[in-house]
Design a protein around this ligand. Structure first.
Ligand code: NDP
Length: 290
């Protein structure tokens, strides 16, 4: 069965909108998210545009702050500090990746953890790994919400996550293997050094592919009835499109779909959920998380 991320998102955004009306009343202003974009990486431009658009739709004041690709890190640190000290800014998001000449970790750590709606500061990663998350990074948050909304119980399930990044694989590992209402899975975290990937995926009740390698999971690698979450976004040439490309995931959709019990499409699966859960994090920040 196809998991319609857009449909699930719509429902959650409705809930968020009504929550936001109350928060705005309490604050006497709209909750606000500031997004810092450095350079003009085309994929980042697309993501940022979508984030700002969703902000406007739900009732968050979304502000985009742009910097040239050659900006000095001191200027960025100062800007982040200014946002940290601005009581009318609830969330700060540094759009990743940053250009190679900048120290991504240093910039992330400059963000006040109480405004770190991406959940990427060391403090927030620590909270997450201790089992008491403050802000859950939006993509893993969206995936956990998919399981909740389609009624999949994670307890006791064998899960394989492919990809160990700080924004997807690692937080997801922590969430799914943790104690909690819907976690308690047995999780294997695979990566590019994993030998014989199918040995792991064939055992899995749930496979989450987050690698950025197109078609890394094919039909022969999954067991009948597995649940497949495809996080990957890969551009492939497509001359029939005006843009000259189309987006595909990490999973060979056509063949995997024949065996899977549930599968997320690309686009329209995890992507919309990511933006939606970012909005949820901004809501939580505006409510004043501790
Ligand atoms: P990273 O590049 O940070 O991490 C990729 C991970 O995949 C690494 O751990 C890498 O292993 C592993 N990997 C890469 N190739 C293989 C392979 N052939 N076999 C096994 N493991 C492999 O990527 P991100 O986590 O940032 O993103 C992953 C994908 O998800 C991308 O396509 C990205 O665009 C997409 N994405 C989608 C989002 C959404 O909302 N839908 C949100 C965020 C990301 P190693 O560590 O050994 O290098």
């Amino acid at each position: 069965m196809l998991i319609d991320g857009k449909e699930i998102s719509k429902k959650i955004l409705k809930e968020i909108s009504s929550d936001l009306r109350q928060i705005s009343k309490n604050l006497g202003r709209q909750p606000a998210l500031s997004i810092i974009l450095i350079g003009n990486n085309p994929a980042s431009e697309t993501y940022v545009k979508a984030k700002i658009k969703t902000c406007n739709e739900v009732g968050i004041k979304g502000e985009l702050i742009r910097f040239d690709v050659n900006v000095d890190s001191k200027i960025l640190m100062k800007e982040i500090d200014k946002l940290n000290n601005n009581s009318e800014v609830d969330g700060i998001l540094l759009q990743l990746p940053v250009p190679k000449n900048l120290d991504e970790r240093e910039l992330i750590e400059q963000i006040n953890p109480l405004k770190d709606v991406d959940g990427l500061t060391a403090e927030n990663i620590g909270f997450l790994n201790s089992g008491a998350p403050r802000f859950i990074p939006a993509t893993p948050y969206g995936i956990m919400e998919i399981f909740n909304r389609i009624g999949v119980t994670l307890s006791g399930k064998k899960v394989v996550i492919i990809g160990r990044s700080n924004i997807v694989g690692r937080p997801l590992f922590s969430l799914m293997s943790g104690r909690g209402e819907n976690s308690n899975s047995t999780v294997t975290l695979c990566h590019s050094y994993t030998e014989n990937l199918s040995e792991f995926t064939l055992q899995a009740d749930i496979i989450i592919a987050a690698t950025g390698s197109a078609n890394i999971v094919d039909g022969s690698m999954i067991k009948e009835g597995a649940i497949i979450i495809d996080v990957g976004i890969n551009r492939v040439d497509d001359k029939s499109r005006k843009s000259g490309y189309r987006l595909i995931g990490d999973v060979d959709f056509k063949n995997v779909n024949k065996k899977a019990s549930y599968i997320t499409p690309v686009p329209g699966g995890v992507g919309p959920m990511t933006i939606t859960m970012l909005m949820k994090n901004v809501c939580n920040a505006a409510k004043g998380v501790k």
